[in-house]
Design a protein around this ligand. Structure first.
Ligand code: ADP
Length: 315
């Protein structure tokens, strides 16, 4: 008999990754939400429980409901789904809180329906949830959550997502200063035009980063983690950004940038030990300024969303 219920881990994700605004993203392993999704005979998406955060249960106001409804519309399944969301990723932190729920809902529904949709189609449904969260149907968080590892959105129309390999010793360290930066504000301040000279520098780095990931060339990855377009403007909204960047690079990080639209700041390091050392250096900056923070150290999650079979097995 086919299962009618599934419990899943939905990873946090880093979008943009310095040079890849709106196109690059990566899934994390040690931070994420849990969801329980259940097939029910009544048509529709019913969010029955949310723990950890105060978010709307109403289907049309929760990204899981909106993304799930998009999948239901495209499916010939006549029933519906009940969804429980256990949030560990704070909304507005810049590590893909809404994306975890949007992607998790459609991944679990697809699984329970016998996988009628491919992963790119799931990204398309999950993007409807992102449209609700930030007014823009961007894919750079939901794509790595669904595909795992690093992803490149080569094109939005038609949607073309490329799976990029993850070097085995690459670790991410993320610090989330407890300040509020609205995604809509951090989008509004961006320029809509760039110069040819800036474009040349930026696409050189995007190519360099992708090549570095394929070649497992950690120095090349580090050299390519540079953003000439968004970071110089957005970093103004994040107190302590320059200090964190300097401290993390001094502690051995390969590179440092804004995670998603901030305020979280990410770094990549070669090896777990350096990643923890970098975390301590980042903490020191906010301790001095007197801003509270959360820190996460994670290896790259090459699987993306996964089923939780027994307690934390398979994570
Ligand atoms: P992040 O910056 O961490 O990616 P977003 O800004 O993308 O977070 O999304 C947060 C917004 O989405 C908030 O306005 C929140 O109320 C809304 N939202 C609706 N449903 C959810 C959900 N299931 N999980 C997280 N955020 C949700």
């Amino acid at each position: 008999m086919k299962n009618s219920q599934i419990k899943i881990f939905c990873p946090a994700t880093i979008a943009n990754i310095s040079c890849g605004f709106d196109v690059l993203g990566v899934a994390l392993d040690s931070v994420g939400d849990e969801m329980i999704v259940k097939k029910v005979p009544q048509k529709g998406i019913f969010i029955t429980k949310i723990t950890g955060q105060n978010l709307p249960l109403e289907t049309s106001k929760n990204v899981a409901g909106v993304a799930g409804t998009a999948l239901l519309k495209a499916s010939d399944y006549t029933g519906g789904f009940e969804i429980e969301i256990h949030k560990h990723i704070k909304p507005g932190s810049g590590i893909g809180s809404s994306a975890a729920s949007s992607a998790g809902a459609v991944w679990a529904m697809n699984h329970l329906l016998g996988n009628p949709f491919n992963t790119t189609e799931l990204v398309q449904f999950a993007m409807e949830g992102e449209r609700l969260a930030s007014e823009v149907a961007h894919a750079d968080n939901v794509a790595p959550a669904l595909f795992g590892g690093f992803t490149l959105v080569r094109s939005y129309a038609p949607l073309d997502i490329i799976d990029i390999p993850s070097p085995s010793e690459l670790f991410a360290t993320i610090i989330h200063p407890q300040i509020e930066v609205k995604t809509s504000d951090s989008r509004k301040i961006l320029k809509t035009k760039i110069s040819m000279a800036t474009g040349i520098k930026q696409w050189g780095n995007v190519g360099g980063l992708i090549a570095g990931l394929f070649k497992e060339d950690y120095d090349l990855i580090g050299r390519s983690l540079v953003d000439h377009i968004v970071e110089p403007i957005r970093s103004i909204l994040i107190p302590g950004f320059e200090g964190v960047k300097k401290a993390s690079l001094d502690a051995g990080a390969l590179g440092c940038g804004i995670s998603g639209s901030g305020p979280s700041i990410f770094t990549f390091s070669k090896g777990r030990e350096t990643a923890y050392k970098v975390g301590e250096a980042m903490k020191g900056v906010y301790q001095k300024i007197g801003i509270d923070y959360d820190v996460h150290v994670s290896k790259i999650n090459i699987k993306g969303i996964k089923e939780i079979r027994k307690r934390t097995e398979d994570r």
